[in-house]
Design a protein around this ligand. Structure first.
Ligand SMILES: [Zn+2]
Ligand SMILES: [Zn+2]
Length: 85
């Protein structure tokens, strides 16, 4: 049986791994990426936010002030596909 909280925790864990960078054997993201994942998931799952979601997401992940790096653009794209199928 899975509760909404469990689901959210699982989504967060997956998102944080995407942000931190997946590699074999890695099961946990670092604290900083966990925090970013929290903000990113909240942003990505807002139904009212459709335009400019990708750049904003990339910005949250990169922690840049409006100029996310290519790496984080890619992570944001992946994350968006995972969160909004
Ligand atoms: Zn990390
Ligand atoms: Zn970046």
């Amino acid at each position: 049986m899975s509760t909404a909280t469990d689901t959210r925790a699982a989504v967060l864990r997956e998102a944080s791994l995407t942000i931190c960078g997946r590699r074999e054997g890695k099961t946990k993201a670092c604290t900083s990426c966990l925090r970013k994942a929290d903000a990113a998931v909240r942003m990505a799952t807002r139904p009212d936010l459709n335009t400019a979601l990708l750049p904003r997401l990339a910005d949250v992940i990169c922690g840049s002030a409006g100029h996310p790096c290519p790496d984080c653009w890619e992570k944001a794209t992946t994350l968006l596909l995972e969160l909004r199928p």
